[in-house]
Design a protein around this ligand. Sequence first.
Ligand code: FES
Length: 102
Amino acid sequence: MSEFVRICGKADLPPSGEAREVSTGERVLCVANEKGSISVMDNVCPHRGGPLGQGMIEGGKLICPWHAWAFDLRTGEAAHTTMARVPVYEVKVEGEDVLVKL
Ligand code: FES
């Protein structure tokens, strides 16, 4: 059963308009901040494994740094095909903690 786990502190979040890789246990997640709205997805691009947390945010999408596939920050769907999707996780900020339902 999935439960909320702390992945980082509020102060560790990327600035608005940026994404960052966050390690939690053995996993690495992509944490993105779009105008103060935080979203969390897997860090591994389904194309060839690019590190999504090193990508850029553009128009509500996370752009993979390797070949520029674009993924919706809310749904994880690829912009160019319905065949690719990145798992997106529910996130909440409680006090100084950022929690994700894994
Ligand atoms: S590895 Fe992400 S677009 Fe190719």
